[in-house]
Each structure stands twice: as C-alpha cells, then as structure tokens.
Design a protein around this ligand. Structure first.
Ligand SMILES: Nc1ncnc2c1ncn2[C@@H]1O[C@H](COP(=O)(O)OP(=O)(O)OP(=O)(O)O)[C@@H](O)[C@H]1O
Ligand SMILES: [Mg+2]
Length: 128
C-alpha cells in the first residue's frame, strides 16, 4: 500500500470481509483492533504513516452524510479505504479500485477473486 488505494470487498453475509480487513491491518503493521463497523459505519486504524479507513454500509438505507464522509477520506492520499457493502456508494468510489470477491468454498475455505485496473497491479502478489 502506498496510500490512496481503495478496496471494495464483496461477499455474502459472513463471507469473511471483516476478517480480510483484519489481515490487511496486520499486514500494514497496525496493532489497532479491527471490528465490524456495522454500527459506526466507519472505523479508522493507524498503520504507520497510513490510515486504514474501514467502511461498512450494510445497515445504511440512504447514504446521506456518509457519502460526504467517504468522499473526504477518498481524497486523502495517506488513507487506504476499504468498503464492505458498498453498492449504495459505488458512484462515489473511483474506477481505479481493487475489487475482491470472496466466495465460501467450505467452512474454512475461501476463494478470492481480484479485479483491478493495470495501475493497481503492484497490489497483487506475484505481479511485480
Ligand atoms: N477464511 C475464513 N475461513 C474460515 N472462517 C472464516 C474465514 N473468514 C471469515 N471467517 C469466519 O466467518 C465469520 C464471518 O466473518 P466476517 O465477519 O469477516 O464476515 P463479513 O463478510 O465481514 O460479514 P458481514 O457480511 O456480516 O459483514 C467469522 O466468524 C469469521 O471468523
Ligand atoms: Mg463485515
């Protein structure tokens, strides 16, 4: 992560999105606890010089002020943004984002499908 990246996580309910964010935060060197932001909608984790912003719009009926909050974070080059249940705010998300689709294969098995534009290839293990 260099800062400014946006990741959209897509899965069924309980598919492992928040768990993925926990691993991402650890990987970025953060020791902040990663919890589901379902009620707060937005959590922030400090990761060195980066801030990991974790949004979950599951319970949101109408984006309202959260759209502005998200747009503000997206404009911050030192923030990495991860979004769960982002359908409602997809028009605010940049096209230049990493989409990760998580599919449950078994109780402990997951398939992760990465979709990204060429500019984000550096995020993908084994690509650089
Ligand atoms: N790769 C995995 N293997 C086994 N269990 C997993 C895996 N990923 C997540 N889980 C378990 O599945 C449950 C749901 O995970 P998690 O909360 O990360 O899903 P979520 O997609 O964020 O759910 P929600 O849709 O409610 O936001 C948790 O109990 C978690 O421990
Ligand atoms: Mg979750």
């Amino acid at each position: 992560m260099r800062g400014g990246e946006v990741i959209e996580l897509i899965s069924d309910l309980g598919g492992g999105k928040t768990t993925f964010v926990r691993g991402l935060a650890r990987g970025l060197g953060s020791s902040d606890p990663v919890r589901s932001p379902s009620f707060t909608l937005n959590n922030r984790y400090k990761a060195g010089k980066l801030i990991l912003n974790h949004f979950d719009f599951y319970r949101l009926k109408e984006p309202g002020i959260m759209r502005d909050e998200l747009a503000e974070v997206l404009a911050d080059p030192e923030s990495v943004t991860v979004v769960e249940w982002g359908e409602m705010v997809r028009d605010v998300l940049p096209d230049k984002r990493l989409t990760i689709k998580i599919r449950s294969l078994s109780e402990t098995g997951r398939e992760l499908i990465f979709e990204y534009p060429p500019e984000l290839e550096y995020l993908i293990p084994g690509k650089t």
